[in-house]
Write a protein that binds this ligand. Structure first.
Ligand code: S5P
Length: 500
């Protein structure tokens, strides 16, 4: 809690601070950040759904010029030994900080567009620079380092070199290790521990709160160096690239997810077939023919010529006969209250017969709560769409990261993802979550309507996914059963190759 109403102190004359920053000045800045409520304690629900005992919001510093100026000075001080020609703030909170550093010290600044214009110059980076120049990244707060990397990439594409990143606060949740794994040095003015210690010493934070923040940091690490290291040293023993499905089953909190992981290990298949056919008869024929080879049978129930409870029962019988899970690819995308009815009711009554369904996170975490309300007691599982296979898909970058966070925070009902390249995600997700990837054929390519295909080896190998979802590669084949056998073999071989 702030001890008094935050005051707007006047910024001193705009000139660089002389000499080093003293430890007293560091402490004073921490106290001032607390006073203006840029750092708050309590019980905060983060966007990911995680409950956090601390909330840091540095956007507020633009209202306190004295704080902005001091922040810019301590951050400049951190990189006094680094060499750089230009600076670039990570949008948006760090932009005023970078501007202030630039004004105080006369180093030119660049700006990265968050949204690249579809018209005009289409530049991702604004400002004057030359290829080969070195750019310092300026960020307010680092947690996983994902947003820093989103700014580094377009700079490097433009031919700039990035070697150093400066942040005001390092939350100590793996950002520094992630930076290092990308060859970047992270300089931080404060660690979260330093902030807590300082506030505790001034009686502004109790020992209990300090302990809960320390526990939160320890429990929410975002980076596992061994899993994310780009190339293991040749002398080191080969690290398993992924845990076997049977081991991951015991780490999975959702009943349907556990069932799928166990089933894949037992049946030795990581193939899902997408039965996008027009008639129920054909759908049931494919389920029976491909059944012995698949782990998952995926439907779009609203494209069949008819539907009733009897058809659902016939499909469930085939699922039991061949041991596969049914996945109705409904892609829910509405508010919690509406999806309750869409999932549990209507003419399709999806939750009654489908083990798995999926949803977009566009409406926010309420959609998970709505679907959980219907599906949890029936033992169902939910896949979140983190990435899509179609050209120009908007589910990328920060959106994908948010989906990964939401899944990690709702593992009782969320069993995994529909995704493309989880190996490239900034933050590794818990091993109990399953990755399923559509857009798979034996040769890479595309269709006329934006679908893009990768091979089983690239999806499971380089992409890091667990399950291949194959539609037309199987259902349009002259012999769908033989095609399913072929995809099964390719998918499983790729999986086994990632275990060694
Ligand atoms: O990003 C996606 C997500 C899904 S679920 N891209 C997709 O293609 N899908 C589904 O996977 C799509 O609706 C279709 O049912 C299947 C791919 O079919 P194919 O014929 O292109 O292999």
């Amino acid at each position: 809690m702030a001890t008094s109403t935050p005051s707007v102190a006047t910024a001193a004359e705009l000139k660089p601070k002389e000499g080093p920053i003293t430890s007293q000045e560091f402490e004073e800045l921490v106290l001032r950040l607390h006073e203006i409520e840029a750092v708050k304690f309590g019980n905060f629900k983060l966007k990911s759904g995680l409950m956090s005992p601390i909330y840091i919001d540095l956007r507020v510093i633009v209202s306190y010029p004295d704080v902005l100026r001091r922040v810019a000075e301590v951050m400049w001080h951190q990189v006094s030994g680094a060499a750089f020609d230009v600076m670039c703030g990570v949008p948006y909170t760090a932009l005023p900080i970078a501007t202030c550093m630039s004004l105080l010290h006369g180093t030119p600044m660049l700006m990265r567009r968050k949204e690249v214009k579809e018209y005009g110059t289409k530049k991702a980076i604004e400002g004057a620079f030359k290829k080969g120049q070195t750019c310092l990244i300026v960020e307010d707060l680092v947690t996983s380092g994902a947003s820093v990397m989103e700014t580094v990439e377009p700079l490097e594409v433009e031919g700039l070199k990035v070697t150093d990143v400066v942040v005001l606060i390092d939350r100590e949740q793996g950002g520094a290790a992630r930076m290092a794994s990308n060859g970047l040095r992270l300089h931080s003015a404060f660690t979260l521990s330093f902030i807590i210690k300082t506030l505790q010493a001034h009686g502004l934070v109790s020992a209990k709160v300090a302990d809960s923040v320390a526990a939160f940091i320890a429990a929410n690490q975002t980076f596992t160096p061994s899993a994310a290291a780009p190339t293991p040293s040749p002398a080191a023993p080969a690290q398993p690239k992924r845990l076997p499905f049977e081991e991951r089953a015991s780490l999975c909190q959702n009943a349907a997810g556990r069932k799928l992981l166990e089933l894949m290990a037992r049946k030795r298949t990581n193939l899902a077939v997408a039965a996008d056919v027009a008639t129920v008869e054909e759908m049931l024929r494919i389920a029976d023919a491909a059944g012995p080879h698949i782990a998952v049978f995926k439907t779009h129930v609203d494209i069949f010529d008819k539907w009733d409870d009897g058809i659902a029962t016939q499909l469930r019988h085939l699922a039991d006969k061949h041991e596969f899970l049914i996945f109705e690819d409904r892609k829910f995308a509405d508010i919690g209250n509406t999806v309750v009815s869409q999932y549990g009711g209507g003419i399709y009554k999806i939750a009654d017969w489908s083990d798995i369904t999926n949803a977009h996170l566009v409406p926010g975490p309420g959609i998970i709560d709505g679907l959980r309300k219907v599906g949890q007691e029936k033992g169902r599982g939910l896949l979140l769409l983190a990435e899509m296979s179609s050209k120009g898909a908007l589910a990328t970058g920060a959106y994908t990261e948010k989906v990964a966070e939401a899944a990690a925070a709702n593992q009782d009902f969320v069993m995994g993802f529909i995704c493309q390249s989880p190996a490239k995600w900034a933050t590794p997700v818990p091993p109990g979550l399953v990755h399923m990837t559509p857009g798979v054929q034996l040769a890479s390519g595309s269709d006329a309507l934006g679908q893009q295909y990768n091979t089983p080896a690239s999806v499971i190998g380089q992409g890091g996914s667990d399950v291949i979802i194959v539609g037309r590669g199987i259902i349009k084949a002259a012999d769908p059963a033989a095609a399913a056998a072929q995809y099964r073999e390719a998918g499983w071989a790729a999986y086994e190759a990632t275990l060694a």
